[in-house]
Design a protein around this ligand. Structure first.
Ligand code: DGY
Length: 328
């Protein structure tokens, strides 16, 4: 029997291509070319499945042009690159890669919080530029992390990981806001208490954003939310670009309406709002929260195993629209 045909839309670990080739006829973008939508559509012709990453948009237009497509397996926990309703309507299964990146991403969220509060990037640039000629009492004086109040917007698995790091490791008071409140046992495990969004913004010393992107969460943090925050507060976004109004944030940072921000994700990335590049009190990283070698391997393996499970036994490991399976 011939093997199903799949497209791997971005460069991935070569050993993952070898792994996939045991089960599929694989066309892989190991040159890591940037494909336009029409190129992606062209590459998907005749394919049964796709291994995608967060930058590969699968929407109604792509689905209509690729009627043979049965599954898209995302190598990311976030899936805002998928139009899930359109995929379900077209009978195309969507899978993501949850859990395997939780602790790594929580580590990074905490690292970015520390770097932001303690002005690590700003001070390193100063030193590299040869500007360090003398000690001064307030040189790069930032804000404390230990013992402060940590506000987490979005209390899924990654948010919980950050809460535990803050509460257990740094003696922080943790408050969170989420669509639904955690049960009491989980709140106790995270040492976290529920707060309204407004209370969180007004009282937290450090606000970390870990909520999924959807039209409903677009600009969850804009000018009016930034105005509620303490002038000494820091803001960290490891969620998705578009959750923060980056233009409004750049203004708030320049005018010192909040102390600092740490951003791993951006509206329209890989483009970054030009004003963010010119304010000093922001730490900028290129969407690397899950980027350790073991975690990226585990994410790729989970995406590959979703494809294998689907084509072998109609049993993907982490389906997003499982109703589609019943129709197969
Ligand atoms: C995810 O998995 O959603 C991350 O943002 C990708 O690194």
């Amino acid at each position: 029997m011939s093997k199903p045909k799949i497209l791997v839309a971005r460069e991935i670990f070569p050993e993952m291509i070898t792994y996939l080739e045991r089960h599929f006829e694989v066309e892989a973008n190991q040159q890591d070319e940037s494909w336009s939508k029409s190129q992606l559509i062209e590459k998907l012709q005749g394919k049964d499945g796709a291994f995608t990453t967060g930058g590969d948009r699968i929407d109604a237009e792509v689905l209509a042009a690729c009627p043979g497509l049965k599954i898209c397996a995302n190598m990311a926990v976030g899936y805002n690159n998928f139009d899930l309703d359109a995929m379900t309507a077209a009978g195309v299964l969507a899978t993501n890669a949850p859990d395997v990146l939780t602790e790594t991403t929580a580590d990074f969220g905490f690292a970015l919080l520390m770097a932001t509060a303690r002005r690590i990037s700003e001070s390193e640039h100063f030193l590299r530029a040869g500007k360090w000629t003398k000690w001064s009492f307030d040189m790069f004086a930032g804000s404390d992390v230990h013992g402060s109040t940590l506000g987490i917007l979005g209390m899924g698995r990654i948010g919980q990981g950050i809460a535990k790091r803050g509460a257990h490791g740094f003696g922080m008071k943790v408050i969170y806001h989420n669509r639904s409140r955690l049960d009491a046992a989980l709140e106790a495990e995270c040492k976290a208490s529920y707060a309204s969004k407004e209370e969180l913004l007004r009282t937290a010393d450090h606000v970390v954003l870990v909520l999924p992107y959807s039209p409903a969460s677009h600009h969850t943090i804009g000018a009016s939310e930034l105005a509620m925050m303490k002038p000494t507060a820091t803001l960290v976004n490891i969620a998705r670009g578009g959750i923060v109004d980056d233009a409004a944030l750049a203004v708030a940072l320049r005018e010192k309406r909040i102390a600092a921000a740490g951003l791993d994700v951006f509206e329209g990335e890989p483009k970054v709002h030009p004003d963010l590049l010119t304010v000093p009190n922001v730490v900028l990283t290129p969407h690397i929260a899950s980027a350790t070698v073991p975690t990226r391997l585990a994410m790729a393996k989970l995406a590959a195993d979703n494809l294998i499970g689907f084509f072998k036994e109609n049993k993907p490991l982490t389906p997003l629209n499982p109703a589609v399976l019943a129709t197969k």
